[in-house]
Design a protein around this ligand. Structure first.
Ligand code: NCD
Ligand code: ZN
Ligand code: ZN
Length: 402
């Protein structure tokens, strides 16, 4: 699956289990089309579009609509995620079976349309999801443990006056959902693991034979709460940027396989919602176009993962978790392939306004990151390509997108 030759690396196309595409409802910040282009440029051949759209994707009409939009664009396989509840307070289970049976064949369900704070509802949702797919525990935080509206914890956050969302809010829900999955005999996938304690809980759940999987975001691998000093809204995200010790624990857990995969949590917002004082900003960061480079920076260049490992965390494991049988696999002779070609030696400088995403605010703006996606192929067809195979421009930057 990993072919090293000519200085470039050939990988199976990446699979993102956690992408916010904002259609329907906030097409000013991202559409299926702009998000698909961002995904292709990031080396992705499949993305799972989260359910917290407006309206929420809690029925087959909406999940099939998003699936059809993805097909029309044709740059990446867009798999809609279905919300597990309907109703304003999320008090009633959604028709998950209808979403699974629809054109979109929904395989991943989440609690992010309306937060599921009631453990009884969560347990019933887990029971219902059995045989249909995987439930992603997206709101891995208990809001009743929060103080104020800003999601941070630790000495830096306290000094900056950003206290609010303690580790216990995340870890208690991770523990709860692992135990409920055990009792329901269901599978649960933990979204955006962000603390060292969550890593220990995942390790414990595995020893109990609980079918729990987990993802980490690129931003939690690269950034920590030292970024918060500027009170810049661009750094606001849920779960929050944690301490350096958490960041290092997450990297080690990804290397070891305790955390299964990288998922972007690509969460575009309009500039007026992000380029403001921290407490006013919406939580969420762009992720699709920078994910591979951040994995190279934090994992490959740190000798925590080799390229075989990159294929595992970016493609194979996420495809296995949701049972995508046409992604994340070795290439079969005679079969149209989903592939990503990466130049590991080529660095590039992130410029928000040059990203394909409809939103352009990013914490990585002006950062030079290692590793460049040169070409992405979806079933043998080029969906993104950088200019020139040597890929070097006079200013030393990566080539333009064609
Ligand atoms: C996400 C969003 O903007 O939709 N924001 C975020 O900070 N991650 C929602 C989420 O994943 O919790
Ligand atoms: Zn979330
Ligand atoms: Zn999210």
């Amino acid at each position: 699956e990993v072919v090293e030759g000519g200085g470039n690396i050939l990988l199976p196309g990446f699979v993102d289990l956690h992408t916010h595409l904002r259609e329907p409802g906030r097409e000013d910040t991202e559409t299926v089309e702009s998000g698909s282009r961002a995904a292709a440029r990031g080396g992705y051949t499949a993305v799972f579009a989260m359910a917290n759209t407006a309206p929420v994707a809690d029925n087959a009409t909406i999940t099939d609509h998003v699936w059809r939009l993805g097909r029309e664009v044709g740059l990446v396989d867009v798999h809609p995620v279905g919300a597990v509840t309907v109703g304003l307070a999320g008090e009633q289970l959604a028709e998950m079976g209808m979403m699974a049976d629809g054109a979109a064949k929904v395989k991943l369900f989440s609690d992010d349309g309306k937060c599921v704070h009631d453990p009884v509802i969560m347990k019933r949702a887990l029971e219902y999801s059995k045989g249909l797919g995987v439930l992603i525990s997206q709101h891995s935080e208990d809001p009743r443990l929060t103080v104020g509206s800003v999601a941070h914890d630790g000495p830096t956050a306290a000094r900056l006056g950003l206290a609010g969302w303690p580790r216990a809010a995340e870890e208690s829900i991770v523990a709860r959902d692992a135990l409920l999955a055990r009792d329901a005999g269901a599978r649960v996938h933990i979204a955006h693991a962000s603390t060292a304690g969550t890593v220990e809980l995942l390790r414990w759940a595995r020893t109990q034979g609980i079918e729990v999987t987990a993802e980490v975001t690129p931003h939690h691998l690269l950034l920590d709460d030292s970024r918060l000093e500027t009170y810049d809204g661009v750094n606001r995200v849920n779960p929050p940027l944690r301490e350096e010790s958490d960041k290092l624990a997450l990297r080690a857990a990804l290397a070891e396989g305790v955390i299964d995969c990288v998922a972007t949590d690509h969460a575009p917002h309009a500039s007026q919602e992000k380029c403001c004082e921290f407490s006013q900003a919406r939580p969420g960061m762009l992720g699709l176009e920078t994910a591979l480079s951040i994995v190279v920076e934090t994992m490959v260049n740190a000798d925590l993962l080799d390229w075989r490992g990159v294929a595992r965390v970016m493609s194979e494991r996420p495809a296995q978790i949701v049972g995508l049988d046409d992604q994340g696999r070795p290439i079969e002779v005679g079969e149209p392939a989903n592939l990503t070609i990466v130049d590991p030696e080529q660095a590039w400088t992130v410029k928000g306004e040059e990203l394909a995403s409809r939103s352009d605010n990013t914490p990585y703006d002006s950062m030079t990151l290692p590793g460049t996606v040169l070409t992405t192929l979806l079933r043998g067809r080029v969906t993104a390509q950088r200019d020139g195979l040597s890929n070097v421009t006079p200013n030393g930057g990566a080539g333009e997108w064609l």
